[in-house]
Design a protein around this ligand. Structure first.
Ligand code: SAH
Ligand code: SF4
Length: 491
């Protein structure tokens, strides 16, 4: 469906009024008014017929499935499409162009994409469908969806989208990460520091889907952050599949980095931290094999860097870790946790775990349970193993039943609730900084602490506090739950 720019509609309304008052013949009058008011007709033909080369504005809708990196990519797709003349439309059935940013990390995410495409085809059959993200380079997916998808777009090919859409005259840099994003909110922004992964964990589709690791130049990242801070953003989240392997050659010898030859993640973190402004810095994800003492020290020393480490363990059993190609042992992982807790006692630690990896016995799973109890996580994303085409583990038999995977997930969840609640207990009566992010349906403000804990504000002065969204405030914690805190704003 095509929809004209608001100005064109305004013009048509005026024209309708003009016809109404000026044409005397009632038949011509009615016919003209009907024609002009017909719902802009199939593909805007009626408007085109009347106005010749009217510049019809097309509308896009992006549907994002998956991780932070996909969310961030969608912001770049948005920025790009607006640059080539499209306008955002939240309701997918009103859009001319639908971009489905897919995730292939688990079968469930893949199935969501299939379901969505079928629904879109039924509800908005004239829309063009662009498929990007994890599934865009899978040949089996291309065969399955060849009738339904109009444009296949691996995200690094984003700069070529205008050509595929038949738009002439716009040139873009070859590197899609250089495209200016349209951020989803005004408080918190993802800033990708690179793309891809070289680790080849045997269960994981990311190295195939996103390709090898490529990192952005530090000056480009700094410029993006500077712009965000200037606009008033309060939380900068540096993201990559494995931030710890960030490395670029120093091309700009500024006061920050003139003695550096190569720039590593810790250097980048310090550079971002040293920028003037009142903002927090988060980063994800850290691969345990690459988490250095320098990074732990940097979290402690850099005033703007939040005390939260997301450290995916994936398993607590050495044999499974080896079969996963994670390159660390259970003891090495636990030693790392111990070190972080000792150096940064208030730090919260979160993780990703996979249950039911091929061949995972009850005993091996018990080792993961023990790891859970020892690590005392604040939060964990527990996934049931899902065989992925093109990965090394796909050659192994997926022999742990769905029921057993679910039971193992539940067991870990139980432990997590206990450790998280206990960790949160330390906050009772404490005064902590919080970034106010929004308000819930009841009108209560909510936000996050530096340790990434969600806080709900209890207050009767809702009207006054509503204005504080996007601000740092002090809250006194009065109550805790397993995955959240409750408190009152002090100032
Ligand atoms: N780069 C990050 C995570 C990327 S994928 C890291 O190194 O940890 C996000 C999470 O999805 C992974 O941490 C893992 O727990 C989960 N995951 C990846 N592949 C999976 C699979 N085949 N089955 C189930 N969970 C999977
Ligand atoms: Fe996947 Fe492993 Fe790379 Fe994370 S580190 S993206 S789990 S291959």
């Amino acid at each position: 469906m095509y929809r004209a720019d608001e100005n064109v509609f305004y013009l048509c309304k005026l024209l309708t009024a003009w016809i109404y008052y000026n044409i005397k013949n009632i038949k011509i009058k009615i016919k003209s008014i009907i024609l002009l008011n017909v719902y802009y007709g199939k593909r805007g033909l009626i408007f085109k017929f009347f106005f010749g080369k009217v510049n019809f504005m097309k509308h896009y809708c992006i549907i994002t499935i998956g991780c932070q990196m996909n969310k961030s990519d969608s912001e770049r797709i948005s920025g790009y499409l607006e640059e080539v003349g499209y306008k955002e439309e939240k309701e997918r059935n009103n859009a001319d162009l639908i971009i489905l940013n897919t995730c292939g990390v688990r079968q469930s995410a893949e199935d969501r994409a299939y379901g969505l495409i079928s629904r879109i085809k039924k509800e908005n059959p004239n829309a063009k469908i662009v498929l990007t993200g994890c599934l865009s380079e899978r040949n089996d997916v291309k065969r399955r969806l060849k009738e339904k998808v109009d444009i296949w777009l691996p995200i690094i090919k984003l700069p070529e989208l205008s050509v595929k859409l038949g738009i002439k005259g716009k040139k873009f840099d070859e590197d899609y990460l250089k495209i200016l994003p349209k951020y989803n909110n005004q408080i918190s922004a993802f800033v990708p520091i690179g793309n891809g992964c070289d680790n080849f964990c045997t269960y994981c589709v990311v190295p195939n889907a996103r390709g090898r690791e490529v990192y952005r130049q530090s000056d480009e990242i700094i410029a993006e952050v500077k712009n965000l801070v200037k606009k008033g953003f309060k939380e900068i989240i540096l993201i990559a599949q494995n931030v710890n392997s960030y490395k670029t050659h120093n091309t700009q010898h500024t006061t920050h980095n003139k003695e550096l030859k190569d720039i590593y993640f810790v250097d980048l973190l310090k550079m971002v931290n040293d920028m003037p402004g009142d903002f927090w810095i988060r980063f994800a994800t850290s691969h345990p094999k690459d988490m250095s003492d320098d990074l732990i020290k940097a979290i402690l020393d850099c005033g703007n860097v939040c005390e939260h480490v997301h450290l995916p363990a994936q398993s607590g059993d050495n044999e499974i870790l080896k079969a996963m190609n994670r390159n660390y042992s259970r003891d090495q992982y636990l030693a790392l946790i111990k070190k972080i807790r000792k150096k940064i006692p208030m730090a919260s630690i979160t993780t990703d775990i996979i249950v039911g990896f091929p061949g995972e016995t009850k005993e091996q799973f018990n080792n993961t349970k023990k790891l859970f109890k020892e690590a005392k996580y604040d939060m964990a994303y527990i996934a049931r193993y899902s065989p992925r085409p093109g990965t090394a583990a796909n050659e192994l038999v997926d022999d742990v039943s769905q029921e057993e995977k679910k039971a193992r997930e539940d067991e870990l969840m139980k432990i997590l609730r206990i450790t998280a609640l206990k960790n949160n207990g330390k906050y009772i009566g404490k005064i902590v900084d919080m970034l106010v992010e929004g308000k819930n349906k009841k009108g209560e403000l909510y936000g996050k602490t530096v340790t990434n804990k969600v806080v709900k504000v209890k207050s009767r002065k809702l009207k006054v506090e509503r204005d504080r969204i996007g601000e740092f405030v002090k809250v006194k914690i009065l109550n805790v739950r397993d995955f959240g805190l409750e408190g009152v704003i002090l100032k």
